[in-house]
Design a protein around this ligand. Structure first.
Ligand code: GLC
Length: 740
C-alpha cells in the first residue's frame, strides 16, 4: 500500500476497529485445536475480536496460519491482515545454542547468522514477528532469564543485539525469509531485585543509562521494528505505564518509531503492582505511556474505546498507535501478500536441513567454554581415542538439550552425546551409563514438578551401574547440568548448584576413577567449585540445542579447539550475586594478596568469581604482549592505536579473543575499574604470531555524568588488552582538554 492509501484506510476505520488493532489475543483463540489459555480467551466464536484483533501470538505452521488468515481477513471490516508473532528466541525447528551460549562465542556474526536461519524457518512457518533479541543486561545468576540474555556486559550485549536484529530483519523485512524483530524487555528487567522474576528494579537514572539501556539502543539503531515493555517496575513505576521510559527515552532520545507492545498481561498487571485501581485505569495508563499493543491483558479490548469517548484518552493517541501498526503490516507486505512466506513446501525444504544443522553445529562448537584442563602432558582433553572412555550422566542421552524457550521443533531431532560419540570413537573403547536421574525427587519447576515413584531405588541402581562402568574406563566424561526448565522465565533460584543426586554421582565416580572430564549443561552460571575439585577438565556447554551432541563431541575429540569465553561471571558462591567484572573500586579496595582488614571484602569468600567474564581456555596457549600505544595522549578529535602481538605458543591451531578494556581513572563520578570497549578474534597456527591493534576514540571514553550529560572528560585512562577480564598488565594515556 502507498502511504496515502494507508492514511485513507486509517481514516475509514471506526474507533472500535482502530482499538481492536491494538489488541493481541493468545493464538489459542484462533487455533481451535489447541487448549485455550484462560487469558483473554474468547469462548464465543462470534466475538468481534476474533475477526478484528490486530495480532496474535504463540501459533505457527504454514497451513494453519494461512487458513486462519483467510477466515480472519474475510470478516475483518477492511480486510486488514492479522499479524502472527512468536518467541523465536534461538531457533525455530533448528534450535541453536541459547542466547547466553551465543554470547559466549564472542562472535556477533554467528549470532546474526543463527538469527537469519531462525527467521528463514519461522517465516516459512508463517511467522511475521519474533520476540527477540532479549537485550536485558544480566548480572544476577539467580534470575533464570539470564539464559535468554547474552550476559553481563553492555558492549557485548549491544554487539549481539544489533547482530540479531540484522539477522532477523535483513535489509528489508518484506524480503522472503525475514521477520520483524521485537527487542525486549524495556527496560532493565535483568536487575530484578534479589534475582526474583517480575520483581521491582531499583536503579538510579545514572546506572540505568550507563549500563542497562545501551543494548536496547543498539537494537533500535539496528532498526528493530518493535520493542516490548518489561514486567518489572523501575523505581516504583511499572515500566509498562512509564511515560518517561517509553516516550522520553525510547521514542525521543533513542528515536524509536516502531510498534511498542506490552509483555504478556503486563498492562493488567499494573493493578497487581498497585498503581492502577482496575483494568480501565491500567488501559488508560498504558495508552498514556504510548503502549501500542496490549498483549493478552484484555485492557484495551474492554476499555480503550470507552476511555476515548469519555475524553480520558485522546483519539489522536489511538490514531498514532494504529498508524504504527498499519505501517508495520505494510512494511511486511501483508496487504499485498497476507501469507508473507508461509509455505508448506519451504517448510519441508528448510526445516533442519543440512545447511542449518551445519551452522547449528558450528555455533555449538564456538559457544563451548573450556574452564579447566589440568596438567600439561597429562591433560585429558582433547580425548585420546585409544583410551577406553565412559560417557556417564543424565545428559549422555534422552534429555532435551534445547532451552525452555524453544516453543517449536522437537527434541527428537537433536543429536545426543551418545549418538555423536558413537559416530567418531571406536565402539570397543566406548562405555555409556545414565548414572542418575537429572533431578532430585520432588523438584519444583515452572508449570511442572519432577516426581518419580521408586526414585531412591532407581538411583541406587543407576549409581551402582555407573561406578561399575567407570571402573572399566580410562577416562570418564560426566555429562551433568541443570534441567532445561530450571532456567528461563519464572525460574529464579536461591541455590545455583547441580542437583544433589548429580553431585552424588560426581563423588561416586571420583571415588573409582579420578580421570574425570565434566561437561556442564546450564542456562545460567552455576557454582562449579565442587565440579572443578573432582574434575581434571570442565566444559560449559550451556543449552546447546539441536546439534548439541555433535558440537560437544567435536570439542571433546579436538575436531574443534574450544574458543568460547564467558559472557557472565561464574561466581565462587551464589552469595556474591549479583556480580560483574565491571565493578567500582570503592574507597577501600582490597589490596591484592593481603587480608584486607577494613576493606571491601567478604570474610567467608573471595571477592573474585570462580571464573571471570571473558575467561575461556584453549587446547593451545597464547602469549599477548604488553599493549603499545601510538601516543601517550589524545585529544577529543583524535585517536590512539593500541597494539599487541599475540602468539600461539602451544601445539594446536586455536582462536583467541582479544578483549580491550578501559578505565577512566578520575572523573566527575565514579567509574568502573574496567569496561569492555572492543574485542576481536585471531586464529593462529602453532608458533605463529600476529599484531592486533585497536583504535581508541573519544567516543569510547564517554559516559553519563551526574547531570546525565553524555560525554568524555579529560584525564588519565588505563588500557588493557587481554584474554579475560582479569587481565592485569595495563598502559596509560591521557585525554587532553580540547584545544591543547
Ligand atoms: C512472556 C515473556 C516474553 C515473551 C512473551 C510472549 O511472558 O516475558 O519474553 O516474549 O511472554 O510469549
Amino acid at each position: 500500500m502507498t502511504e496515502q492509501e494507508l492514511r485513507q484506510l486509517l481514516k475509514d476505520m471506526s474507533l472500535e476497529e482502530k482499538v481492536f488493532q491494538m489488541v493481541q489475543l493468545p493464538g489459542q483463540n484462533f487455533d481451535t485445536s489447541a487448549a485455550v489459555t484462560g487469558y483473554a480467551d474468547r469462548q464465543d466464536q462470534n466475538d468481534p475480536l476474533l475477526s478484528q484483533a490486530g495480532s496474535t501470538l504463540g501459533i505457527f505452521g504454514a497451513a494453519k496460519l494461512k487458513a486462519i488468515q483467510d477466515t480472519y481477513m474475510e470478516k475483518q471490516p477492511h480486510h486488514i491482515p492479522l499479524l502472527f508473532m512468536l518467541d523465536v528466541i534461538h531457533g525455530y525447528e533448528t534450535a541453536f545454542p541459547c542466547p547466553l551460549g551465543l554470547g559466549a562465542t564472542f562472535a556477533p556474526k554467528i549470532a546474526e547468522t543463527c538469527a537469519q536461519v531462525s527467521a528463514r524457518e519461522a517465516a516459512a512457518g508463517g511467522i511475521h514477528v519474533t520476540f527477540s533479541p532479549m537485550a536485558d543486561l544480566a548480572r544476577d545468576a539467580r534470575w533464570g532469564r539470564v539464559m535468554e540474555s547474552t550476559g553481563e556486559d553492555p558492549y557485548l550485549n549491544s554487539q549481539m543485539a544489533a547482530a540479531m536484529v540484522r539477522g532477523f530483519q535483513g535489509e528489508d523485512v518484506k524480503e522472503p525469509g525475514q521477520v520483524a524483530s521485537c527487542v525486549k524487555h524495556f527496560a532493565a528487567y535483568g536487575a530484578a531485585a534479589a534475582g526474583l522474576d517480575y520483581s521491582n528494579v531499583e536503579l538510579s537514572r545514572h546506572t540505568l543509562r550507563e549500563y542497562y539501556l545501551g543494548a536496547y539502543g543498539a537494537a533500535v539503531e539496528a532498526g528493530c521494528e518493535m520493542v516490548m515493555t518489561s514486567f518489572n517496575s523501575w523505581n516504583g513505576i511499572p515500566c509498562t505505564g512509564n511515560p518517561w521510559l517509553m516516550k522520553d527515552v525510547l521514542r525521543r532520545e533513542m528515536g524509536f518509531d516502531g510498534v511498542l507492545i506490552s509483555d504478556w498481561g503486563a498492562v493488567g498487571e499494573m493493578v497487581n503492582h498497585g498503581i492502577c485501581e482496575d483494568l480501565e485505569q491500567a488501559a488508560q495508563k498504558a495508552a498514556e505511556a504510548g503502549v501500542d499493543i496490549d498483549m493478552c491483558a484484555d485492557a484495551y479490548a474492554r476499555h480503550l474505546a470507552q476511555l476515548v469517548r469519555m475524553g480520558k484518552v485522546e483519539e489522536r493517541t489511538i490514531d498514532d498507535a494504529v498508524w504504527r501498526i498499519l505501517v508495520l503490516k505494510n512494511k511486511l507486505g501483508l496487504f499485498e501478500n497476507p501469507y508473507k512466506d508461509a509455505d508448506e513446501i519451504k517448510e519441508k525444504e528448510c526445516f533442519l536441513c543440512q545447511e542449518h544443522r551445519r551452522l547449528a553445529r558450528e555455533a555449538v562448537r564456538k559457544s563451548i567454554v573450556l574452564l579447566k584442563n589440568a596438567g600439561d602432558d597429562t591433560r585429558l582433553l582433547p580425548l585420546n581415542r585409544e583410551k577406553k572412555i565412559a560417557f556417564i550422566g543424565p545428559y549422555v542421552e534422552g534429555e532435551d538439550m534445547r532451552s525452555s524457550w524453544v516453543v517449536t521443533g522437537s527434541a527428537e531431532a537433536s543429536v545426543s552425546i551418545r549418538q555423536a560419540a558413537k559416530e567418531v570413537l571406536p565402539a570397543q573403547n566406548l562405555l555409556f551409563a545414565k548414572g542418575c536421574t537429572l533431578l532430585d525427587n520432588d523438584t519444583i519447576l515452572n508449570l511442572d514438578e519432577f516426581h518419580m515413584d521408586g526414585w531412591e531405588e532407581e538411583n541406587a541402581r543407576l549409581l551402582k551401574e555407573a561406578a561399575e562402568t567407570a571402573r572399566q574406563a580410562d577416562v570418564v566424561v560426566l555429562c551433568l547440568g541443570e534441567h532445561r526448565r530450571q532456567s528461563g522465565e519464572a525460574t529464579s533460584r536461591t541455590q545455583i548448584v547441580l542437583p544433589k543426586i548429580q553431585r552424588k554421582l560426581l563423588h561416586t565416580i571420583a571415588q573409582v576413577n579420578d580421570q574425570v572430564v565434566s561437561v556442564i549443561f546450564s542456562g545460567r552460571p552455576l557454582e562449579l567449585r565442587e565440579v572443578s575439585q573432582y574434575s581434571r577438565a570442565v566444559l560449559e556447554v550451556w543449552m546447546p540445542g539441536t546439534e548439541g551432541g555433535h558440537g560437544i563431541v567435536d570439542v571433546l575429540t579436538g575436531v574443534y579447539n574450544p574458543s568460547g569465553k564467558l559472557p557472565m561471571s561464574f561466581p565462587y558462591t551464589v552469595g556474591q550475586e549479583p556480580m560483574s567484572y565491571s565493578a567500582y573500586s570503592t574507597g577501600r579496595p582490597k589490596p591484592e594478596g593481603m587480608r584486607g582488614d577494613y576493606t571491601t571484602r567478604y570474610l567467608d569468600a573471595p571477592n573474585e568469581p570462580l571464573y571471570p567474564f571473558g575467561y575461556g581456555l584453549s587446547y593451545t596457549t597464547f602469549s599477548i604482549s604488553k599493549p603499545v600505544l601510538s601516543s601517550s595522549s589524545m585529544t577529543a578529535d583524535g585517536s590512539i592505536t593500541a597494539a599487541v602481538t599475540v602468539k600461539n605458543t602451544g601445539d594446536w591451531e586455536g582462536t583467541e579473543t582479544l578483549q580491550l578494556y578501559l578505565r577512566d581513572v578520575t572523573a566527575s563520578c565514579i567509574r568502573p575499574v574496567k569496561e569492555l570497549k572492543g574485542f576481536c578474534q585471531v586464529t593462529l597456527q602453532p608458533g605463529k604470531e600476529q599484531t592486533v591493534s585497536f583504535t581508541v576514540t573519544e567516543e569510547m571514553l564517554r559516559f553519563h555524568n551526574p547531570k546525565e550529560e553524555y560525554g568524555s572528560e579529560p584525564g588519565l585512562f588505563r588500557l588493557w588488552i587481554g584474554a579475560s577480564s582479569d587481565c592485569r598488565e595495563y598502559v596509560e594515556f591521557e585525554l587532553k582538554p580540547s584545544g591543547q
